[in-house]
Design a protein around this ligand. Structure first.
Ligand code: HEC
Length: 133
């Protein structure tokens, strides 16, 4: 019996650990009260652990730098290219498998579930990325 309880405890801890990288927790508009959309987006950026794979200071990481990319061109595996506009940025976050940045590994997982019903936070995040100049 004790072993089962211990096992359940371990499973619970594992579930929390594997989820904590991404979960935004309960949505609470108060979390962003009084913040500019850019500052709110910075909060979202850190809560969703984008910084594990992307830098904001221009340095390289597995996912590439996010600084200064807004409205620049990007090439994809397979030979197509796109301008990094708002639609592209959103699609890169919600459907990262759609277009793989040339020379980068296909390791980013979709944030569709994370931002389900939380478009406001996604918009803040986009405003933050746009502000990184
Ligand atoms: C596990 C690492 C990882 C995490 C976490 C991650 N990404 Fe990515 N991301 C990547 C990689 C690798 C690429 C390039 C490959 C591709 O296109 O999918 C990428 C591509 C992107 C692109 C397109 C980059 C370009 O140069 O045009 C954007 C924008 C982006 N990610 C934003 C985000 C945001 C915002 C978050 C947090 C919500 C995030 N990523 C979380 C790894 C990650």
């Amino acid at each position: 019996m004790r072993n089962i309880i211990r096992l359940l405890g371990m499973v619970f801890v594992l579930m929390v650990l594997t989820n904590c990288g991404k979960s935004l927790g309960e949505y609470n508009a108060k979390d962003y009260e009084g913040l500019s959309s850019v500052d709110a987006g910075k909060k979202v950026y850190h809560k969703t652990n984008c910084s594990n794979c992307h830098s904001i200071d221009g340095s390289d990481k597995v996912g590439g730098a996010l600084k200064g990319i807004y409205l620049t061109m990007v090439s994809f595996e397979g030979g197509t290219a796109s301008k990094r506009d708002v639609n592209y940025l959103k699609d890169s976050i919600l459907n990262p498998q759609n277009k793989i940045v040339k020379g980068r590994p296909n390791v980013m997982t979709s944030y569709k579930d994370v931002f389900k019903g939380r478009e406001q936070e996604l918009d803040y995040l986009i405003d933050y990325i746009k502000s990184l100049k």
